[in-house]
Design a protein around this ligand. Structure first.
Ligand code: GSH
Length: 355
């Protein structure tokens, strides 16, 4: 995780002064490389006595976008840990434009649950997520990212770093929730070193790798990153095909490794293959073990299926990144967005002799 944070050394000031929301690579940066900013709000909900943010039912809220893989991590974790009645959430409009994420108006109807105007008391006039950032820090100069974990009591942002939010949700409410949810251990002691090791390359080369490929502004930066991305996806495929006690990444129980890889892979064929040019292979025809694993999460668990909103995902990327897709036309396929568990694309069926 340290690497995750260090990998992204762009000061918030640089980002803010760069001008446009679509300036993912700072104009003037000759490297053409996308460098993710470091998250600024890094407090913790903690059950240690005297903690500034203790776990309490109904006290916290998460602002998310259904489009965003980092925010998606928090929605899956919230559901897997049975935190429905403990932590509320709301969803921003899928379109990211100048001024950052905005809330829907009360007359707008977008697909999915909880796509609502800012529901916080006192936020009735808020139109954009940036107002939540400014409420916490008047001089905030970074990007206005989701997810945001918000404390209703102090009206402060606790954290805007998803890797840390999922850790808090994963353990800090355990004294309050039902036993069946307490036993869901997403970062169990016995697997920590393996999860940490996997997180390091999955984050850098896959989760962030799709962005580094897609946002690159030189052919060299794109090619270097897309090749590294596919080497890492090959490595994940190899790991999963050797995993005999599945169905999960590390065997019999879901861990955060499943969550962190799923959020990128489920967006891969619908968006990253064409929009971010991550097209050396696609998942459905090129990666049988990953394809099966991803679909078993989606079709087998409400926490994955109900939090995956393909319309938000497709519309957000293809209509917000006008530097990549200036006409903002959303490609229709591939259809379906995700295949049923027992279905395969024709090429795969032919290869296994089922045609
Ligand atoms: N480190 C953050 C990254 C979050 C992030 O980059 N979110 C994107 C959406 S996928 C965002 O909100 N971007 C808006 C912007 O940069 O203006 C995390 O993992 O929580």
């Amino acid at each position: 995780m340290v690497r995750e944070i260090l990998a992204v050394i762009v000061t918030s000031k640089q980002q803010a002064s760069s001008g446009h929301v679509t300036d993912w690579v700072n104009p003037g940066d000759k490297s053409g490389e996308f460098k993710r900013q470091v998250s600024s709000f890094r407090d913790w909900i903690s059950r240690e006595s005297g903690a500034k943010y203790p776990p309490e039912k109904g006290r916290y809220h998460v602002y998310v976008s259904y489009a965003c893989p980092w925010a998606h991590r928090t929605l899956i974790t919230r559901k897997l840990k049975g935190l429905k009645d403990f932590i509320s959430y709301s969803v921003v409009h899928w379109h990211l434009a100048e001024g950052g994420w905005r809330f829907v108006t009360k007359d707008e109807k977008e697909p999915g649950e909880n796509v609502v105007p800012d529901p916080m008391e006192g936020h009735e006039a808020f139109t954009h997520l940036r107002q939540v950032y400014f409420e916490s820090e008047k001089q905030y100069e970074g990007r206005f990212t989701v997810p945001v974990l918000y404390d209703k009591k102090t009206k402060r942002i606790v954290s805007n770093e998803s890797s840390e939010i999922i850790r808090m949700l994963g353990t800090e409410f355990d004294d309050l929730i039902e036993a069946k949810y307490r036993s869901v251990a997403l970062y169990p002691e016995s697997l920590r070193s393996q999860i940490d090791e996997t997180n390091t390359w999955t984050y850098d080369l896959i989760n962030n790798g799709v962005y580094k490929s897609g946002f690159a502004t030189t052919a060299e930066a794109y090619e270097r990153n897309v090749v590294a991305l596919f080497e890492a996806v090959d490595k994940a495929e190899k790991h999963l095909s050797a995993q005999k006690d599945g169905p999960y990444y590390f065997g019999k129980a879901i861990t955060e490794a499943d969550i962190r890889l799923y959020v990128t892979l489920v967006r891969f064929d619908p968006v990253y293959v064409q929009h971010f040019k991550c097209n050396i292979r696609d998942i459905r025809s090129g990666y049988p073990a990953l394809h099966r694993w991803m679909r078993s999460l989606y079709w087998g668990h409400a926490a994955f299926k109900e939090t995956t909103q393909f319309e938000h995902i497709k519309w957000h990327y293809t209509r917000s990144h006008t530097q990549i897709n200036p006409l903002a036309i959303t490609p229709v396929g591939p259809l379906p967005h995700i295949l049923p568990l027992e279905e395969e694309v024709r090429a795969v069926k032919a290869a296994v002799g089922k045609l």
